[in-house]
Design a protein around this ligand. Structure first.
Ligand code: SAH
Ligand code: SF4
Ligand code: F3S
Length: 443
């Protein structure tokens, strides 16, 4: 019998990258590899990378530096760089990072076994071809690093929105949706295996579209099909683009108890001038009208967003527009970033990265402080309420407690009494921090 070789995978970046690593795990398993969590015993190390901001790339460079000593002691060790940084830098990465043997872009993972074989004959191997149709629809991901409760399913790949600051359309290629039937089947299988929450993933899930015979499946139809699998299966999704989040979807979210009441709607900036330069294709007023629609149709919905501080030409007034939008929307949670110019994007070519670093940092800090206040207020208003919580794991801080999340995606801590991951419990909130709700189990 052929003894399986050992593969170690490290993943950076967004949930889609983590979901891709599970696909890579499946492809490698088919080719006689087992996953290991100890890189010292690995025959192959894959680093699945992110290019979204410069610091994401720097983190990977540092990791590659650390791997040098391991490669010195283990001459046969093969190191591959996968994902967005592989796609962005192509051959250049092999020239700059001598320990790298394989470069594989996000659409080239089926080719990994061949790339490995060609490395064994002493070559370096590269495949960075982007595809217009690859969705890995037939591959059943290997959930090698899972809590057995939460799972992701990629429903589409690529992005064609070309926000001027963003590298994703270049690293992930054209937008394409995955066969709806394979998504439903994967969700059913996961539910049967005991998973209780599925997040449907794509850069812009609202443009999901699949033609199945006579039937046209859009995102609203798809999420409804997943919700109907079983009332005990929760459904989430990320990410929506504000330019197309239709009322039809909001009504469907409101209709089903098991579609989570949490919408992530990245706004990026509160200033119309900046939104236009970012090529976001909506205005502050339009964004506000969508938030109003969410609050009207799904009154208990949590709303989160992404914000970029210090984009090209951002004035103090533009920045204040962002702060005032935050106050108005009362976001429950925000991912906050400093603008980082990415080579070859429209912003890099046409606009000047002219906000000084210390101003970017100062504005980001103001955004963080304001959001902390808003998150704390949002959590305070939950004290006294009772939520249905999906139990995920033992609390990090105390073995006497469990942690899970409510429908609004807020982390909830409660005593470990007769409950285990995958169960639903009702928790009455008694206190909170800016990041967590704490409570007691009620019937
Ligand atoms: N597809 C999603 C976002 C994907 S990237 C959407 O359009 O909403 C996640 C977040 O990273 C973005 O929402 C944005 O806030 C941030 N981001 C993207 N490019 C960036 C850059 N060049 N500098 C700083 N932040 C960036
Ligand atoms: Fe990037 Fe914009 Fe596409 Fe999101 S929608 S991935 S920010 S280009
Ligand atoms: Fe990063 Fe690529 Fe995701 S750039 S955020 S890993 S799509």
């Amino acid at each position: 019998m052929n003894i399986p070789k050992k593969l170690y995978i490290e993943t950076y970046g967004c949930q889609m990258n983590f979901s891709d690593s599970e696909i890579v795990g499946a492809i490698m398993k088919e080719n006689n590899f087992d996953i290991t969590f100890d890189k010292k015993e690995a025959d192959v190390i894959f680093i699945n990378t992110c290019s979204i901001r410069d610091n994401a790339e720097q983190r990977v460079r540092k990791r590659l530096l650390e791997l040098r000593s391991l490669k010195k002691t283990k001459k046969d060790l093969i190191i591959g760089v996968l994902g967005c940084m592989a796609e962005r830098l192509k051959e250049q990465l092999i020239e700059e990072e001598k320990i790298v043997d394989i470069i594989a872009g996000p659409d080239a993972y089926r080719n990994l076994p061949q790339l490995l074989s060609s490395v064994k004959s002493g070559n370096k191997a590269i495949n960075v071809l982007l595809s217009v149709e690859e969705t890995y629809a037939d591959i059943s991901p290997v959930k090698y690093d899972s809590n057995g409760v939460n799972a992701f399913i990629s429903i589409m790949r690529g992005c064609e929105n070309f926000c001027s600051y963003c590298v994703v359309p270049y690293t992930r290629g054209k937008e394409r949706s995955r066969n709806a039937e394979t998504i439903i089947n994967e969700a059913k299988e996961l539910f049967e295996k005991g998973f209780r929450e599925i997040t449907l993933l794509g850069q812009n899930v609202n443009s999901y579209i699949w033609k199945s015979g006579e039937e046209l499946v859009n995102f609203t139809n798809l999420i409804e099909k997943v919700a109907l699998i079983d009332p005990l299966l929760r459904v989430r999704f990320a990410t929506s683009h504000p330019k197309d989040i239709p009322d039809e979807l909001l009504f469907t979210i409101a209709k089903y108890d098991n579609i989570c009441k949490a919408i992530h709607l990245p706004v990026q900036s509160g200033s119309n001038h900046i939104l236009e330069l970012m090529n976001r294709k909506y205005t502050r007023e339009y964004y506000m009208s969508r938030i109003e629609a969410i609050k009207k149709i799904i009154p208990d919905c949590a709303i989160s967003t992404d914000l970029i501080a210090g984009f090209c030409s951002e004035s103090e007034e533009n920045h204040i527009d962002t702060l005032s939008l935050m106050e108005w929307a009362k976001f429950d949670f925000v991912f906050m970033f400093n603008y980082s110019e990415r080579p070859n994007t429209a912003a890099a070519k046409k606009l000047k990265d002219d906000v000084p670093e210390e101003i970017k940092l100062k504005r980001l800090q103001q955004i963080i402080v304001l959001q902390q206040k808003l998150s704390k207020e949002s959590n305070n208003s939950d004290i006294g309420k009772t939520f249905k919580v999906l139990v995920e794991s033992i609390s990090k801080k105390s073995t006497e407690h469990m942690s899970g999340r409510n429908s609004q995606n807020k982390m909830v801590i409660f005593p470990k009494i007769n409950n285990k991951p995958g169960d639903y419990v009702n928790v009455r909130i008694t206190k909170c921090t800016a990041a967590t709700l704490i409570g007691e189990i009620v019937e």
